[in-house]
Design a protein around this ligand. Structure first.
Ligand code: SAM
Length: 280
């Protein structure tokens, strides 16, 4: 089955996984996102260290959503189900649904992630901006490092608010440019549009923190957590660039180096954000 979205890095990754590439399995077989190192100087550049850091990032986003046993959780843009797998191992009596626009990824998720601890798990192919779920039906909505791919952050927030119960949490992580740098990042983006399209697919990195705050207010949320973890994610870049280089993905390596530069310069920050749904 082909993907409805244009995600060349996933096309490449799925090929590597199909070929049983052990490095790809260890690095991205569960989570497909950046790592979080509490102490970035401790990063040793190894794949197991990166996989552990990716697990830590997932846990931090879940912590921002105040997840406890017994909740009903929707993970939007769920990749291979890594965040659901992590929750499945750590909590009990959860009802978890993973949503992804790419059925190929869901096939892997279904084959890898099986319920433990009286949890229930299902994976549904859908667009995060058009969720096939009833109003007020979830306690938590997650979007781990994927909102930049969605057709619209505004529509996604409205959908998340619609399916959340009052008092429920939306937690995300995203690459967030500083407001003053938006004209600059817009200009650079114009030059790099084709390269980004050819590597990471459709990405929108135009949402500053103040725009997030306004969106949250407009769509029925109170912002609860704004955590800047940029420095904790930086060891991701050399490792991921090396993996792309070794797999002949020179253009992806170049774009990743650009993302590393704007992160190191503080022009784009990696934020964990959480929002509480309030009564309309
Ligand atoms: C960087 S990956 C993150 C995957 C997963 N959240 C993780 O952390 O391992 C981005 C994910 O967003 C998914 N995605 C992109 N556009 C989407 C959409 N409109 N609706 C649902 N999922 C989408 C992709 O298929 C991919 O799984």
């Amino acid at each position: 089955m082909t993907s409805k979205v244009h995600l060349p890095y996933f096309d490449h990754l799925l090929e590597l996984l199909k070929d049983q590439n052990q490095t790809a399995i260890a690095a991205f077989g569960r989570h497909v996102h950046w790592g979080y190192w509490e102490d970035p100087s401790s990063a040793d550049g190894s794949i197991p260290d990166f996989a552990n850091a990716a697990e830590q990032l997932s846990r931090r986003v879940c912590d921002a959503a105040k997840i406890t046993d017994g909740l009903k959780i929707l993970d939007c843009g769920c990749g291979f189900g890594g965040t659901i797998a992590s929750l499945n191992e750590r909590f009990s009596n959860l009802e978890m649904v993973g949503v992804n626009i790419d059925e190929r990824q869901l096939e892997r998720a279904r084959s890898q992630v099986h319920p433990l601890n009286q949890n229930s798990i299902s994976f549904v192919c859908a667009d995060a901006c058009n969720l096939p779920f009833e109003d007020n039906s979830f306690d938590v909505v997650l979007a781990v490092e994927c909102i930049f791919h969605f057709p619209s952050r505004e529509t996604f927030f409205k959908e998340a608010r619609r399916v959340l119960k009052p008092g429920g949490y939306l937690a995300i992580c995203d690459f967030v440019p500083l407001k003053f740098s938006l004209p600059f990042t817009h200009l650079i983006g114009k030059f790099l549009t084709t390269s980004v399209h050819n590597t990471y697919g459709t990405i929108k990195s135009n949402f500053s923190l103040s725009t997030y705050r306004q969106l949250a207010q407009k769509t029925g949320f109170i912002t609860r957590i704004e955590e800047d973890i940029t420095r904790n994610t930086l060891p991701t870049y050399p490792l991921v660039r090396k993996l792309f280089r070794e797999n002949g993905a020179a253009e992806t390596e170049k774009i990743t180096a650009g993302a590393e530069l704007v992160s190191k310069l503080g022009i784009t920050r990696y934020l964990i954000l959480s929002f509480e749904a309030i009564d309309p």
